[in-house]
Design a protein around this ligand. Sequence first.
Ligand code: PLP
Length: 393
Amino acid sequence: MTADSFHPPVRTLMGPGPSDVNPRILEALSRPTIGHLDPAFVAMMDEMKDLLRYAFRTGYELAMPVSAPGSAGMETCFVNLVSPGDTVVVCQNGVFGGRMKENVERCGATPVMVEDEWGRAVDANKVEDALKAHPEARVLAFVHAETSTGAISDASTLAELARRHDCLTIVDTVTSLGGSPLEVGGWGLDAVYSGTQKCLSCVPGLSPVTFSERAVEAVKARKTKVQSWFMDLNLVLGYWGGGGKRAYHHTAPVNTLYALHEALVILQEEGIEASWKRHRDNHLALRAGLEAMGLSFVVPEDERLPQLNAVGIPEGVDDAAVRARLLEDYSLEIGAGLGPMAGKIWRIGLMGFASNRRNVLSCLGALDAVLSDMGAPIESGVAVEAASRVFAG
Ligand SMILES: *Cc1c(COP(=O)(O)O)cnc(C)c1O
């Protein structure tokens, strides 16, 4: 068998991730590979830690990317902070809270679930009740931005509750980092993980994490070994920890780290607050267009993520057929619903580099054309104008 080189089609990525990658980042990825202990590389790593602290808005000493996707960042937090026999309060209001539960169980610990409706924020009152009912709990875990539903939760309030009940927090910021206000230091979050392919608009495959001093102390005070050799921070920090010596742990994904460095430089150039504002502004225009068309949002307004717009699929419309037409005719990818929301919602991402005016207008235009052509019960020909009016102020 002979195969040809693979050349992917050019797409516009407006789903739940990966998002469109800035060409500057793709260029960084193609720079020459050097040794992962080369002094030039090590200097780049040190700079990257500072850039991650900037993005997370924290001064925590431990800030580094795990060499694997967001799911591995999640697992890194759980395996290091949860020991067999522990109790962990886990909030679930979508798919990713369910994965947290899995992680707790696989660590040999007991999850206490706080369930909220999918499409709503985590209810702090329920969390407080669970923490009161389980004084033995050591960790509170929750998702800041639930990508499966488009809902954001009040991480500041949840972290304060956790501290009051002597719990550390494990917080999923995969979709919030760079897209929604996130103050890891200011809110006192403890073990925080994210991903590269959402609002950082980098290639998939890395998971930035940061740990508070309290969380690092807890890892050091463990009585049992971390179950995962690869994710054991006591070992990983031999490479990432800094100081004079760096020991081989695993071969760092050198070029992917160039890409993340570039993504973080781009974020710093724009300014994190400007990035939050851009995500919000583009969301407001997209919202105006979608609502003019007659589509409605799943999440109540004050719990809505700007970077992930979950809208109901109109009655009688074939979800998969619409997404296939968008991909084939417009090279545009939007996301399907997950779990109980499959077939009921679309998830339109405006993440990172993809959060721009052109994408807002072209997505609305394409959706309008496809839905009208399929005879869907929508208001045709008004969406783009409604969004343009928002851009015009
Ligand atoms: C995408 C996502 C993850 C998983 O990240 P991967 O890079 O796909 O492993 C975890 N949590 C949330 C909230 C996500 O959106």
